[in-house]
Design a protein around this ligand. Structure first.
Ligand SMILES: [Zn+2]
Length: 137
């Protein structure tokens, strides 16, 4: 379950910064490697800071495992990856910023982006990897 950051409520409580730790099930469509999928929920640690102009800085990390066929030798393999969250939310969402509306930040897009950036182009099983070759009879 992905929590929201209720900027209005936090402002009212003068709670301008905080931390959260949670996990969520990411959609396998984020993985663009053949025969590879998520083998764990995505673990998230994040920290938010609400600035004076109501823009919100969200930083932290994502961590997850991928499992599937090694892109070179096709052996089943599983590896853990980490990525960085470094996002900026504003009510207007100009430029590279994420937009939030009605005083509430929804983190889905920013988390999916952080996960996608951390997914490698290919999954490789490691040092003993021998590229798969079709043998001719
Ligand atoms: Zn391999």
């Amino acid at each position: 379950m992905i929590p929201t950051i209720d900027v209005r409520k936090l402002n009212a409580r003068k709670q301008y910064e905080g931390e959260a730790e949670f996990a969520f099930e990411a959609d396998d469509s984020l993985v663009d490697i053949p025969y590879v999928r998520f083998s764990s929920p995505v673990g998230v640690r994040l920290r938010y800071v609400i600035l004076e102009d109501d823009s919100v800085e969200v930083t932290g990390s994502v961590k997850f495992s991928l499992k599937g066929a090694c892109s070179r030798c096709l052996t089943e393999t599983e590896q853990t990856f980490t990525g960085e969250i470094d996002a900026y939310f504003t009510p207007r969402g100009e430029g590279e910023d994420y937009r939030y509306t009605n005083g509430v930040i929804r983190l889905e897009d920013c988390l999916n982006d952080a996960v996608m950036l951390a997914i490698p182009g290919r999954l490789e099983c490691g040092e003993n990897c021998v590229p798969f070759v079709w043998k001719e009879e």
